[in-house]
Design a protein around this ligand. Sequence first.
Ligand code: DC
Length: 215
Amino acid sequence: MIIAVDGPVAAGKGTLARRLAAALDFAYLDTGSIYRAVAARVLAAGGDPQNHDEAVEAARSLGPADLERSDLRSEAVGQAASKVAANQAVREALLAFQHRFAAQPPEGKGGAVLDGRDIGTVVCPDADMKFFLTASMEARARRRHKELLERGEKSIYARVLQDLRERDARDSGRATAPLKAAADALRLDTSEMDADQAFAAAMAEIERRLKLPGL
Ligand code: DC
């Protein structure tokens, strides 16, 4: 069984996807971290994330250690990830890994939860269940700002808001696999929800649609 969780930055995808995977004993893949790892490789080599060849080379030579880098969650890497993600050849290079993960989840798990931008539309268009998370720009900026401060990073709210606007515009406006809800995705607006409420709403929908009582 495959569950897709898509949505913009800081809509709560990661938290929800991780909790769904734990509750269902499924494997979890944060596909954003793959794009972040490509971007981090380019930046570490002093390259330009918008340079086509440098980004493709980083994507093709990506290894497991790249996914463990400590700088993956920084804002600089997030912005650069959004740039390498607009490169079609980069996306193609990363597709096979995502397909394999969904079709044959690691550790013999019975299913997989993938979160990202194009899981329900491009990576797993046949997913059994698709969620598209949204939240107001202000709610997302507040969350991201709090998260950065809690991690001990410097953060200025107005700057975070501006970064989100830029990333949304780039992720939604790109020609290849743009951020958009699949026609059959269930939309969840998490602006007024905490993580527990979003999880309860998603689980109720999974039980209802997939007729899996008592999960
Ligand atoms: O979810 P995130 O912030 O970690 O993602 C970082 C960037 O990677 C995001 O700005 C867009 C890109 N991305 C993508 O294009 N497709 C995905 N499936 C996941 C992430």
